[in-house]
Ligand binder design. Sequence first.
Ligand code: GDP
Ligand code: CA
Length: 329
Amino acid sequence: MRCDDQRVRITVLAGGIGGARFLIGLRELGHDVTVIGNTGDDVEMWGLRICPDLDTVMYTLGGGISAERGWGREDETFRVRDELSAYRAAVDDDAPSWFGLGDLDLATHVLRTQWLQQGTGLTEVTQRLCRRWQPGVTLLPMTDARVETHVTLTDGSVVHFQEWWVRLHAAVPATRIELVGAADATPAPGVLDAIGGCDVLLLPPSNPVVSVGTILSVPGIADAVRRTAAPVVGVSPIIGGAPVRGMADACLAAIGVETSAEAVARHYGTRTGGGLLDGWLVDETDKAAADLLVEEGLAARAMPLLMTDIAATTEIAQAALDLAADVRA
Ligand code: GDP
Ligand code: CA
């Protein structure tokens, strides 16, 4: 049985841009897709709760993303940000200005914050926001709890992930990356069922440390992935020893993992060896790594992994499902 013979229930653990791009291709295949989104990047600015990765998935699949930036809204303006800066300059306030919040984007954060303050959980809030954007997938936050990824720098100071990523461009080496609040967090409603009850579980080419790794560090999620009856197939975000975009190499260095498709596969580990993966797609330039991993018992395959357009991305998604079907057989 091939996966494309019928509608398949697919669950995807996704970060922002890499995850969202992959989902655009996967959606073309017409299956039932549930996305478990990373909320470790969440941050509070101007008293507003911002969920960058959930919004990137929602805006990308809903057709509202800025194509040029890859985050935030198309046709965006920044008048509120500039107005806030004018007030701050007048009172010598040095509140952070490195995090760009556009005027259209602000509406999302205002509503989300209001609903959260009224006691609505983030899962329900996300569903309400998605009612407008109709992303064509079910989007769940990994947890309703307030958690935050913090990064320890070489001088011992600890900063919010966004400060390291956006303000410092991850140029300052990190020695530790931790999801603060994880110990008290539980998976959001529907998350464990989506992992345990799907036909295929996919790890898209999202950042293995601060996107997929963060989702897996919510207690119960990694165990559910290890135990699911569904085949688990990942797509490498690393091609030819480098991230395609972004600074995933800095994240991998922080946890002592080499920046290569092979090392990321070993980091996730094989399910037969107590890890997470049954299958792993690498780019054709990393074919040697695939051959080596196959010898060691992981179903690895090499193919072009650049998500240059929807057609190329759909082929990657189909290859991941084909690999899942082979693994199941
Ligand atoms: P973020 O939360 O916005 O950083 O996005 P994700 O964590 O979902 O994805 C970031 C990862 O996507 C980076 O590590 C990139 O290497 C990877 N990525 C971006 N474009 C491509 C692509 O075309 N092909 C592959 N294989 N990976 C990509
Ligand atoms: Ca992110």
